[in-house]
Structures are given as C-alpha cells and as structure tokens.
Design a protein around this ligand. Sequence first.
Ligand SMILES: [Zn+2]
Length: 106
Amino acid sequence: MSPRRNSPRRKQGGRTPPPPDGDALVLRITGGERRETGPDGDWVVRRISGAAAAKTYRCPGCAQDIPPHTPHVVAWRPFGDGEDRRHWHSSCWDNRLRRGVRPPRR
Ligand SMILES: [Zn+2]
C-alpha cells in the first residue's frame, strides 16, 4: 500500500480581500507583528502596508495625519486589550526614541 498523501493544502496565491473599514480586521489581515522593547517600555509593533491602510490616522509622533494608503506602523502595549493602539508614521516611530537623544555633533 502506498502511504496516503494527506498534506493539508494551504491556501495561498489567493488574493487578499479588500480591507474592511475597521482596523481590527486590517490588523488581522496584514499580520507580522513583533515585539519591541525600548526605554519607554514594551510594544507590539506591526507594519501596515499601504494597501491595508484604508483610513486616515493621527500620528502621535508629529501630530499630523497619516493619509490612507500610506505604509505606516501600529504600536500598542502587549498587555491590555489593544485599546491603546496608535498609528505612527514609520519614520516617526523609528525616531521617537531619538528625540530625547541628541545625535552626536561633528
Ligand atoms: Zn508622524
């Protein structure tokens, strides 16, 4: 008897459904979160692609809007229920720690 080939088929190559107007779902679709630890504590960080960004958000780093379809970063505390989630410009997120630290002068 030949062994049964029972490899589960992973769904792939399909297209991602358009993001609904609710960022909890957007977050689930885009995936790929990671943990970052900084002087300001632990964060869960997720990169949002331009295609997944369907709404305008306010960036807490620069207090400017993040227009739809702009790749950006979402960060929230790993504890809690995610209600403290914030959308940042990617550069503002990266720069937020640098703000208190002066770059070395030449
Ligand atoms: Zn910003």
